[in-house]
Design a protein around this ligand. Sequence first.
Ligand SMILES: *Cc1c(COP(=O)(O)O)cnc(C)c1O
Length: 397
Amino acid sequence: MMNKFTKGYLQKYRNISRDIEENYINLHPIQAGGRIPNDPKVLQTIIDFIDGYSTCDFCLTGKLNEISTPPICDLHEDLAIFCDMDSARLTPGCRQAQFSTIHALTSPNDTIIVDSLAHYTTYISAERAGVNIVEIPHNGGPLYELNFDIVSDLIQKIKNNTGKKPKLLFLTHVDYNYGNLNDTKEISKIAHENDIPLVINGAYSIGRMPISGKKLGADVMTASLHKSFASPAPSGLLLVNEPYDKIIFKSSEIQSEWSKRTFHNKEIELLGCTLPGVITMGIMAAFPHVINRVKKWDDEVKKAQFFSKAMENLGEIYQMGQKPHQHDILKFETPAFQKISDKHPRKGFFLYEELKRNKIWGIQPGLTKTIKLSTYGQSWDNLKYCIEIFSKIINSF
Ligand SMILES: *Cc1c(COP(=O)(O)O)cnc(C)c1O
C-alpha cells in the first residue's frame, strides 16, 4: 500500500490540481475565490515556510497572534481593520470559527436562531456544541429570500417555550447555494434590541467584497480564507467585537492537580494555537492582493449579472435567487441541458465532458437539472467564451 506513494503514484493526480488553475477556466463555486494570486512572491513565500512549525522560532509569548518575526501580529491587526472588527484570530477554517463562537457563547441545550440557508457546517457546529436550532424560514423559489419578518416572533416563542432567550442569532451573509446577499439591517436591529449577539458568516463575502463588520451590525464574523481570500487550505478567520471578545478569546484558567501546571497565555477556543507555519504565511502573502481585489467588487457583480442574463438568453435556463444578482455565485435551473442528458449515451455526464473538452472546468460531473458556478475573477473574454461554448453545446445536440 505505502509503496504506491514512492513509485510516482501521485504524479497521475497532478492534472487535477495546478494544471486546472493554469490551463482551464475554472468556474467551480468553491474554488474561484481561493485561487492563489498569480505572483511568484506568493509562491516563494509558501515554499520558504513549507517546513512544519516554520513560523514558531520567535514565538515568545506562546500566542500566534503575538509573533512579530515574521509579522503575524501585524497580520492579525490588519485583518481586523480590513473587516472593521475589533479583533481577529486565524482558524483552520470558517467551520472552526463558527464552532468556537457557538461553543463560547452558549451552554448545552440552549437555543440559537439560524437562517435556513446556512451552510451545513453551521448545523454541525451547533450539534457539536449541543445546542438546539430554530430556523429563519425562506420564501422558496424562485428567489429563496429569508423571511426576517418573523424573527421577533421566533425570539418570543423561544422565550415562551424554554424560559430563556436564544443565545445568538446566526446569519449567513451570502448563502452558498443561491448566492443571495442578505441585507443585515433588519436582523441586526432585532438582535441588538433584544441584546442577543449577531454572528454573521462571511465565508462568501470577506475577501471578495469590501466589508465593514460594524456597519453590518455584527458582533462576530467568520470567514473562510481558502474559499474567499486567495489563501491555501485550511484557513479561516474569527472576528469579534467587544464585549464578546472577552468570552470568545478567553484564556485558559486550568491548573492541574498534581503538577500545578497552568497555561494562562493559551486561548481555550483556539486550543492554544491554530495555524502555525505555511498557511499563515500564505495568507500574509495573499493579503495585499485581496486588499486590491475587493476594490473591484462592482465589476465582479456586473460580470455575474451579464453572465446570468446571457445564460438565460440561451433559452430554457433560469437563474435562481435574487435578481439582479448581487454576487458571483450563480445557480441555474437548466431544462435545456436536462433534455439533452435524457437522450445522450453519457447521460448527465455529457455536459461536464463537453465543457472539459473546451477547457472549462468546475461544473459538477453528472448534474444537468441545475448547475452552480462562480464567475469570480474571470475576464470578460473568458465569460463570453463560456457563453459561446454553452450555446454551442445546446445547439449541437
Ligand atoms: C464553504 C462555507 C463554509 C465552510 O468553510 P470552511 O472554511 O471550509 O470551514 C461555511 N459557511 C459557508 C456559507 C460556506 O459557503
